[in-house]
Design a binder for this molecule. Structure first.
Ligand code: UT7
Length: 323
C-alpha cells in the first residue's frame, strides 16, 4: 500500500502584532526586524486561547477542503513545542474533540522539524500496512513561551496551526524522506521548565525559548543546503524538477541563503515568515496554504518541504500536490 497526502488546512489567530508593538517593550525597530528577519507581522493567541484551539480550527479547515468524513482516521501525530499541557497529549485531545474513536494518538517533539518528521512517520505507518489514514498536525502558540526580555528572539515568534491528511492509496505522492538530528548542538536552542544540563551546560529554567541565533543560523544554512542534495538524490531528482521549495520559515535571510547555496531560484521559495513570523512546526503548512491561496501551487506540482530547528533536528520530503 502507498501513502498519499490528500488534504491540507490551516488556521491563525485573529490578533495581528506588527513590529511597532516591540518598540514599547525592548530596544528595537520595525526597520531592524524587517531587514534582519523579513518579518512584517505575526499573530498572537488571546490569553485563554491555546494550541489545541487553533489546531482544532486548522483540522476543521482541512476537513472542509477534504470534503469527506474523517471518522476513519486511525492515527494522529501532533508536532508541537507549545502544548496546552505535556500530558494528556495534544493528539489525544484532538482524538476526543473530533470523535476519532479508532485513532491512536501521539505528540512528537522535533520543534521546527516536527511537521516534516510527522509526514515521514505517517508515510511509514501506512506503507508498513499498520495504519490507513493518518492526521498530521503542526501547531504552536509560541507567544506563550516567548521571553519578552530577549530582543534577539522575542520579535521572531508567532502562533499558527496546520494539518494534513495522509492515507492509503494505489499510488503515492510522497517521496523518500530524510530525517536527522545533531544533538550535540542541543544547548543552542532549548526550552525547559526546570534546571538541568544539556550536553554538560546548565540551562535556564524559564519555560521560555532560548536560542543562540547566530549559531543556529549558520548551521541551518550549511546543513540544509547539504540535505537538499541528499533528499534530491534519494528521490533521483534534480533542483529543476522542483516547482516549489517550502523550507521552515525561521528567517527570510536563512531562506535566501539556503536557496543561493542549493541553487534554487528564490522565486520558487514559499514562505510564511513575512506575515506570521516563525511558527515552528506550523510554518511549512502555513506557507503551503499561502502558496495555494496565491494560485501558485498547481495540481501535480512538486513541493520540496524542509523543516529544521531545536534538537538540532531536520526532516524533509518531496510531495506531488494532489490538487
Ligand atoms: O526556528 C528555529 C530555528 N531558528 C533559527 O533558525 C533562527 C536563526 N537565527 C536568526 O534568525 C538570526 O540569527 C536572528 C534574527 C536571531 C538575529 O539576527 P542576526 O543577523 O544573526 O543578528 P545578530 O545576533 O548577529 O545581532 C546583530 C546586532 C547585535 O548588535 P551588535 O552586537 O552588533 O551591537 C544585536 O544585539 O543586532 C542586535 N539585535 C537587535 N537590534 C535591534 C539583536 N536583536 C535585535 C532586535 N532589534 N530585535
Amino acid at each position: 500500500m502507498q501513502a498519499k497526502l490528500t488534504a491540507i488546512g490551516t488556521h491563525v489567530p485573529d490578533r495581528v502584532i506588527d513590529n511597532h508593538y516591540f518598540e514599547g517593550i525592548i530596544e528595537t525597530s520595525d526597520e531592524w526586524i524587517k531587514s534582519r528577519t523579513g518579518i512584517r507581522e505575526r499573530r498572537y493567541t488571546k490569553p485563554n486561547e491555546y494550541t489545541s484551539h487553533i489546531a482544532e480550527q486548522a483540522i476543521r479547515n482541512m476537513a472542509d477542503n477534504y470534503g469527506r468524513d474523517l471518522s476513519d482516521v486511525d492515527y494522529i501525530i501532533f508536532a508541537t513545542v507549545s502544548h496546552d499541557h505535556i500530558m494528556p497529549s495534544m493528539a489525544a485531545i484532538m482524538q476526543h474533540r473530533f470523535g476519532l474513536k479508532q485513532a491512536a494518538a501521539i505528540d512528537i517533539s522535533a520543534a521546527c522539524a516536527g511537521f516534516g518528521y510527522g509526514i515521514n512517520l505517517a508515510k511509514a505507518l501506512i506503507e508498513s500496512g499498520l495504519h490507513r489514514k493518518v492526521l498530521v498536525v503542526g501547531a504552536e502558540t509560541l507567544s506563550k513561551i516567548t521571553d519578552f526580555n530577549d530582543r534577539t528572539s522575542c520579535v521572531l515568534f508567532g502562533d499558527g496551526a496546520g494539518a494534513v491528511l495522509i492515507e492509503a492509496a494505489e499510488e503515492s505522492n510522497i517521496g523518500q524522506g530524510i530525517s536527522g538530528a545533531e544533538g550535540k548542538y542541543g544547548q543552542d536552542l532549548y526550552l525547559s521548565t526546570h534546571s538541568t544540563m544539556v550536553n554538560g551546560e546548565l540551562i535556564n529554567a524559564s519555560g521560555k525559548i532560548y536560542q543562540n541565533g547566530r549559531k543556529v543560523f549558520k548551521w541551518a544554512v550549511s546543513r540544509m543546503a547539504e540535505q537538499i542534495g541528499v533528499l534530491l538524490e534519494k528521490n533521483q531528482m534534480a533542483v529543476d524538477d522542483i516547482d516549489w521549495f517550502i523550507p521552515h520559515s525561521a528567517n527570510m535571510r536563512i531562506i535566501e541563503a539556503i536557496c543561493k547555496t542549493a541553487g534554487i531560484p528564490i522565486e520558487k521559495a514559499l514562505e510564511s515568515i513575512s506575515v506570521y513570523g516563525n511558527t515552528s512546526s506550523a510554518s511549512i503548512p502555513l506557507a503551503w496554504q499561502l502558496g495555494l491561496e496565491a494560485g501558485k501551487i498547481k495540481k501535480g506540482d512538486k513541493l520540496l518541504i524542509l523543516g529544521f530547528g531545536g534538537g538540532l533536528a531536520y526532516a524533509g520530503n518531496i510531495i506531488e500536490w494532489a490538487g
